[in-house]
Design a protein around this ligand. Structure first.
Ligand code: 13P
Length: 339
């Protein structure tokens, strides 16, 4: 089963709105059209709107770092799902260990956030993972099981593929101490087994499980090559464009679709790339070089495409529409009923 890799940057409490714009611009310039892996930026709430404007029309998506499960009301300082959707946010991190530790978030509360995200077409990135004491006490898998099962309570089979799970061993976060590939793969495989028990193998195979905790360009290729590691949730290394871009490139090399992997490796496919490499992910119409602009001539009836590239011109327009649609959060089956 090929799962598209996902690299998400969790900026935590870093970057003002204008610093965020600078960083997002650098990222977009380098990898804004990359579609062989999914890329998500999660700035603080105060930078969501300005960073969202930079991402408009690009394939990089916008994520938030938290949400409140209630629809609205007297919850000073909190942000609702509807507010996030209003800024075209498509993903939201829930249950990060920093929220569990410093803000006392419980599994039940986190579960409400997961359900609220899904009900509002936001893809939750559910964070799970053990502390150092729990690992040393031999309870890693029990803790992860509790986080996964409680976090997903009431999530239906229809909804589960919209959920992304991030395994983040707390002892590896911000410490420079990364889990070994064996340690990480063991827990990822365990999470996949849990999902298989809950939802059956075909669905469990579709859910992406990210690794988070001191992931850097140097250790990413080995981690991303593991069978059950489908990407990364990146803290420190997402705050600097160079390292984040390198992480995305590692993900492309590790798991982009074959067509794109060839391109990432600088190789040519048997069938030549469409002109300008623009077919799959074209620049917006207004920036398109003249040879790719479809010509239209006025006619009495419906306008007709007249270039020898007529078919391609239509495809380019369709792709344009798809690009724009994918920037907004894509709806997925409604969350009317929970198990
Ligand atoms: P670091 O990459 O800084 O260890 O942070 C990981 C993390 O907490 C992402 O959510």
């Amino acid at each position: 089963m090929i799962r598209k890799k996902l690299i998400a940057g969790n900026w935590k409490m870093n970057k003002t709105a204008s610093d965020g714009v600078t960083l997002a611009r650098d990222i977009v310039e380098a990898i804004g059209r990359e579609t062989s892996v999914d890329i998500v930026l999660c700035p603080p709430f105060t930078a969501l709107e300005s960073v969202g404007a930079v991402l408009e029309g690009q394939s990089v998506k916008l994520g938030a770092q938290n949400l409140h499960p209630e629809k609205n009301g007297a919850y000073t300082g909190e942000i609702s799902a509807e507010m996030l959707r209003g800024l075209f946010t498509s993903h939201v991190i829930v249950g990060h260990s920093e929220r569990r530790t410093y803000f006392g978030e419980t599994d039940e509360f986190i579960n409400k956030k997961v359900l609220t995200s899904l009900a509002n077409q936001l893809k939750p990135i559910l964070c799970v993972g053990e502390t150092l004491a729990e690992r040393e006490g031999g309870s890693t898998l029990a803790v992860v099981q509790r986080h996964v099962e409680c976090g997903l309570a009431g999530v239906t089979a229809e909804q589960i593929t919209a959920v992304i799970i991030a395994y983040e061993p707390v002892w590896a976060i911000g410490t420079g101490k990364v889990a070994t590939t064996e340690q990480a793969q063991e827990v990822h495989a365990y999470i996949r087994d849990l999902l298989t028990k809950l939802y059956g193998a075909p669905l469990a195979q579709k859910v992406r499980i990210l690794y988070g905790g001191s992931m850097k360009p140097a250790n990413a290729p080995e981690l991303l090559a593991q069978k059950d590691i489908d990407g990364g949730l990146i803290g420190g290394a997402s705050l600097e464009s160079r390292s984040f871009i390198d992480l995305v490139k590692s993900a492309v090399a590790a798991g982009g679709f074959p067509w794109f992997s060839l391109r990432a490796a600088g190789m040519r496919p048997a069938i030549p790339w469409p002109a300008g490499g623009a077919f799959r992910n074209p620049p917006p119409l207004r920036n398109r070089p003249p040879d790719l602009l479809p010509a239209r001539v006025p006619s009495a009836g419906r306008a007709r495409w007249t270039t020898p590239h007529a078919g391609r011109a239509v495809a380019l327009r369709r792709q344009d529409r798809r690009d724009r649609a994918s920037h907004r959060a894509r709806p997925f089956p409604s969350a009317a009923r929970h198990r």
